[in-house]
Design a protein around this ligand. Structure first.
Ligand code: SF4
Length: 273
């Protein structure tokens, strides 16, 4: 059984998908069905990755001017960010005791290894701030962002894996491509939120364990109820028979056929104990 002698690695993205639709999680991570490529989306993703890499290189003290000279978009973002948030790009006030980009933390909860990668972590003796860069144009509203597993998990993992009290932890998202100039949304953590996240996390993981066990016996992860709006925008709508016949024909060409009963837990990264 997968629950013995191994951990399953889980990210915030996987937790979000589980909450959004367990069946989508099965399709995406257990069976690795991939939607058709979208060149425009991939280009944006690539640009976002390059911005993250640039920020990391800058943090490591490497020269980035030559990269900026060959990419006007990155250059524009970086210049605007430097004007809006100079204190972030100009580090090392004497009180800062720790500062690292792409800081990785893991935390075991039940049989899962929860993984968080902070774009930048800045800490001193009293407090720690997680920073995250976002390069998409339209920021989500604050409430939605607060409920996103990235916000909940990232602060939870830091509180559990350090000596910082929840009240001394915060997370700030920087939207570098906002309409006028880069802007940020900050969340302060609390002991109450920490308890709520712990409870919710355990509920989600308990369900996942149950679904994984059933999946190994040939059962499917639950689908959303018929008529759910989320299905209208889902790339698996055809497989789930949630679309009209015409659109079904079209979208069935989009995904390669895969035996949906295939038990392939190896697609979730495992960590030997
Ligand atoms: S179509 Fe609906 S039920 Fe099927 S995977 Fe997508 S969201 Fe889930």
């Amino acid at each position: 059984m997968f629950v013995q002698n191994q951990l399953l690695r889980l990210s915030q993205g996987q937790l979000n998908l589980l909450e959004s639709c367990p069946h989508k999680f099965q399709n995406t991570y257990l069976e690795q069905l991939r939607p058709p490529t979208n060149p425009e989306y991939e280009e944006k993703q690539l640009l976002g990755s390059r911005f993250h890499l640039l920020m990391q290189q800058r943090e490591m003290g490497l020269k980035i001017r030559s990269f900026l000279q060959t990419d006007s978009q990155l250059e524009t973002w970086m210049r605007a960010f430097a004007i809006t948030a100079p204190d972030i790009l100009t580090p090392a006030s004497a009180s800062e005791t720790f500062r690292e980009s792409e800081h990785l933390r893991t935390l075991q909860v039940q049989n899962y290894l929860l993984t968080a990668i902070y774009d930048l972590l800045i800490a001193d003796k009293q407090k720690a701030e997680i920073l995250d860069w976002k390069t998409y144009r339209q920021p989500p509203n604050k409430r939605k962002l607060q409920n996103d597993w990235q916000t909940r998990l990232y602060m939870y993992v830091l509180a559990e894996s350090s000596d910082y009290l929840p009240e001394n932890i915060s997370m700030t998202y920087w939207f570098v491509q906002s309409e006028s100039k880069p802007h940020s949304i900050k969340f302060n953590y609390s002991s109450l939120q920490h308890q709520q996240t712990e409870k919710k996390l355990n509920q989600v993981l308990n369900k996942l364990t149950k679904w994984l066990q059933a999946y190994q016996q040939g059962e499917q992860f639950p689908q959303l109820p018929e008529g759910s709006k989320t299905c209208n925008y889902c790339q698996y709508a055809s497989r789930c028979q949630r679309v009209s016949v015409n659109s079904k024909e079209k979208s069935s060409q989009d995904l390669p056929g895969v035996d949906s009963n295939l038990v392939n837990l190896a697609n979730i990264q495992e960590v030997p104990l």
